[in-house]
Write a protein that binds this ligand. Structure first.
Ligand SMILES: Nc1nc2c(ncn2[C@@H]2O[C@H](COP(=O)(O)OP(=O)(O)OP(=O)(O)O)[C@@H](O)[C@H]2O)c(=O)[nH]1
Ligand SMILES: [Zn+2]
Length: 236
C-alpha cells in the first residue's frame, strides 16, 4: 500500500512576484517578497481507462479543506505547445447523477472527447461544487429555483455571491505539470481572466457549448445574461 506523503515539500515558497521598487527622491531601494502558502500537495496518480481514452488521474490534497482535487490528463504536457485544458467545477448532480438542470455532465464528456481526439490535454476537476457554495447549499438554491428564482437570485437569497469560486488553487496543479500556456475550453470569460491574473498565457478560448434542453434553457439564459458567459442566450 502506498505511503501517504506527509508533508511533500517545504511549507512555503516564494511566489514568482518578487517586486523590486525604488523611491526616486530618497534613492532608497526596497525589495519585498510575497510569501505564498502552498495550497495543495500532489499525492498520487494512476491510470484511468475511460470510453474516450486511457487517461492518467492525479490527485492533489487541499490543505485547508482536505478536499481532493483531480487532474485527468493525456499525453506529454511538459512540451512547449499550449495545453488543451478544461477547468471543470464539480457538479455531482450533473457529472454523476445525469441531471438535466445544467450543462456540466455533457461539458465534461465533451472535454474528455476533445482531449482524446487531440491525444494531449488535461481536465482540472475542481471540488468547487455549486460554484463554490457546496452541495447542500446548491440543492437549497435549486429549491429556490423551483419556486421561481433564477440561479443568481437563488445564491443571493442564501447570502452568497453568484459565484464563490477561487481559482488560486489551480496554480500548484498547473505548475506540477509544468503547464504555462493554455488553450482553454470554456464559455466563461472569468476563467480566462483568472488564469491570466495568475500569470499563465491563454492562447485560445475554445467555446464549450452543449445543446440546451428544456430543463436547462432558462439556466443557460441566465448565465449568458447575468454571469457573462459566451452563450447564445437561448429563449427563457
Ligand atoms: N450555486 C449554483 N451552482 C450551480 C447551479 N447550477 C450549476 N451549478 C454549479 O456551477 C458550476 C459550473 O459552473 P457554470 O456556471 O455552469 O459554468 P462555468 O464552469 O462557469 O463555465 P464553463 O467553463 O463555460 O462551463 C458547478 O460547480 C455546478 O455545480 C446553480 O443553479 N446554483
Ligand atoms: Zn451542473
Amino acid at each position: 500500500m502506498e505511503k501517504h506523503p506527509e508533508p511533500l515539500s517545504g511549507c512555503f515558497f516564494i511566489s514568482h512576484n518578487a517586486i523590486l521598487s525604488s523611491n526616486q527622491e530618497s534613492g532608497v531601494f526596497s525589495f519585498c517578497f510575497h510569501w505564498t502558502t502552498v495550497l495543495l500537495n500532489y499525492v498520487t496518480s494512476s491510470r484511468l481507462p475511460t470510453p474516450w481514452a486511457n487517461f492518467t488521474l492525479s490527485v492533489f490534497l487541499e490543505k485547508a479543506t482536505q478536499k481532493e482535487h483531480l487532474v485527468i490528463s493525456l499525453g506529454d504536457l511538459s512540451t512547449p505547445e499550449p495545453v488543451l485544458l478544461r477547468l471543470h467545477s464539480e457538479c455531482l448532480t450533473g457529472d454523476a447523477l445525469f441531471s438535466l438542470r445544467c450543462d456540466c455532465g455533457p461539458q465534461l464528456e465533451k472535454a474528455l472527447q476533445r482531449i482524446a481526439d487531440e491525444g494531449r490535454g488535461a481536465i482540472l476537476y475542481l471540488r468547487q461544487e455549486g460554484r463554490g457554495i457546496g452541495l447542500i447549499n446548491k440543492i437549497r438554491a435549486y429549491h429556490l429555483q423551483d419556486q421561481g428564482a433564477d440561479t443568481v437570485e437563488a445564491n443571493e437569497q442564501l447570502g452568497f455571491h453568484a459565484d464563490e469560486r477561487n481559482y488560486e488553487l489551480i496554480r500548484p496543479m498547473l505548475d506540477y505539470f509544468n503547464i504555462k500556456t493554455i488553450r482553454l475550453m470554456t464559455n466563461n470569460p472569468r476563467k480566462v481572466k483568472a488564469l491570466e491574473d495568475l500569470g499563465y498565457t491563454v492562447t485560445e478560448r475554445i467555446e464549450h457549448r452543449i445543446e440546451p434542453n428544456p430543463y436547462n434553457r432558462y439556466y443557460l439564459h441566465t448565465k449568458a445574461l447575468k454571469l457573462g458567459h459566451f452563450l447564445d442566450e437561448p429563449e427563457a
